[in-house]
Design a binder for this molecule. Structure first.
Ligand code: FBP
Length: 261
């Protein structure tokens, strides 16, 4: 684990990653209610908000759109990812190398590891290469630590999520992005299991402003370091309002009520 507090993807010790790799992971269906967001520029615009410490996209989107935003947005290149058309045991193709991510301007790299999948061993070996190459380029590594697979039907049980955060620490990630385990106590345990490594919550499908912001407040109270979020921001008609509230909760320690005022 690196000390990443001086990295551009960290603000006052915390992180807000705006994820937009859904066109690959879920398909265009995620944009059905917000068709204007099919244009990646619209989400890059959202990422210029001060609350956002970086945007997480796949290589193709980074190549096409980041050059127009490089002065205003920090870039996290997601190195692996798989479409929803894939029906096998959870796995993820490595679509970009660390070297190429660095070449196109990445400030950090991201990698999904499906602990518990029948493909865990090969994914962990791929992660080893990524993590060691990232060290050579001084790039923080964010692990999407998502236990899932044949033996793991419910991937948000407290014991599963604390295992996910610990696994990321053990394998050398700098930030673990985990699903919310259902309570502040369970989140606090997941954070403790990760030692000094930063643990952030994965956004999930769209909920109400209050529900979402109060969950994030709980994550911060539990010692978490922020959030990696997609749909709960860019599927909203007014992403600025929710980002203003998240800025209050994540960086200023505001309550949900104060942040949503
Ligand atoms: P959301 O906040 O929209 O859930 O996005 C976070 C994220 O990790 C994305 O980076 C990714 O595309 C998606 O969730 C994967 O979600 P899942 O594999 O759980 O369907």
């Amino acid at each position: 684990m690196l000390d990443i507090d001086d990295s551009p993807i960290v603000r006052d010790g915390n992180v807000l990653i705006l994820a937009m790799d859904h066109g690959l992971e879920h398909g265009p269906v995620d944009f059905a209610d917000v068709p204007e967001k099919l244009d990646p520029s619209t989400v890059f615009e959202t990422a210029t908000h001060d609350a956002v410490t970086c945007i997480a996209v796949q290589k193709g989107v980074a190549e096409g759109y980041y050059p127009s935003y490089e002065d205003d947005v920090n870039l996290l290149v997601k190195l692996n990812g798989t479409s929803n058309l894939w029906m096998g045991e959870p796995d993820s193709a490595v679509n970009c190398s660390v070297e190429y991510a660095a070449e196109i301007g990445a400030d950090a790299v991201g990698f999904t590891l499906y602990g518990g999948s029948n493909h865990e061993v090969e994914m962990a070996e791929e992660f080893r290469e990524v993590q060691e190459a990232a060290r050579e380029h001084d790039l923080p590594v964010v692990m999407w630590s998502y236990p899932r697979g044949q033996g793991l039907k419910n991937d948000t049980k407290p014991g599963t999520i604390s295992y996910a955060s610990r696994l990321a620490l053990e394998l050398g990630a700098d930030v673990a992005k985990v699903k919310y385990p259902g309570s502040r106590e369970a989140m606090a345990h997941a954070v403790r299991c990760a030692g000094d490594m930063k643990v952030v919550m994965s956004g999930g499908s769209k909920t109400t402003d209050r529900e979402f912001v109060s969950t994030v407040e709980g994550v911060m109270d539990a010692g978490g370091h922020g959030l990696a979020v997609g749909r709960n921001v860019w599927q909203r008609e007014d992403p600025t309002r929710i980002l203003d509230a998240l800025e209050g909760v994540i960086y200023r320690g505001e309550t949900t009520d104060a942040a949503l005022e």
